[in-house]
Design a protein around this ligand. Structure first.
Ligand code: MN
Length: 138
């Protein structure tokens, strides 16, 4: 019996949790990242995201700042205060790309942000770059 050849990406796809309450944006981001070979879990609310996090540990969380049940930065602080989720890198998804907001995102525990509106190609490129940097820290 021969082992089947497996590429690293197929062998161990990174799991990305997307927390985004706009269903169209969530679907577009999910498709964009799945095409690139990532495994994707989606959540439209913090409540749904907590349910995902109770059974899986994503490699990266993309966090919409404006969620219906909690502010995305407050949710990020909550995740950073919980030992079970503190080490998961969080990237803010925000239409507010002003420096003030970037500082607020970093203060909450986000390691960066992706400005809306993003294109699928740019989102995939940014996620790939972020994963590379968190997996091989300088
Ligand atoms: Mn939103």
């Amino acid at each position: 019996m021969q082992p089947s050849p497996k590429g690293a990406a197929m062998n161990d796809p990174a799991l990305i949790l997307i927390v985004e309450d706009n269903p169209g944006s969530l679907m577009l981001a999910t498709v964009a990242l799945e095409i690139e070979g990532f495994a994707v879990a989606g959540a439209e609310t913090a409540r749904e995201a907590r349910a995902v996090l109770a059974r899986a540990t994503p490699d990266l969380i993309l966090m919409d700042i404006q969620l219906p049940d909690i502010d995305g930065l407050e949710f990020t602080k909550e995740l950073k205060a919980d030992a079970a989720t503190a080490s998961i890198p969080v990237i803010a998804l925000t239409a507010h790309s002003m420096p003030l907001h970037e500082r607020a995102a970093r203060a909450a525990g986000c390691i960066g942000f992706i400005a809306k509106p993003w294109t699928p190609a740019a989102l995939s490129r940014d996620v790939r770059a972020i994963l590379t940097s968190v997996r091989s820290p300088a």
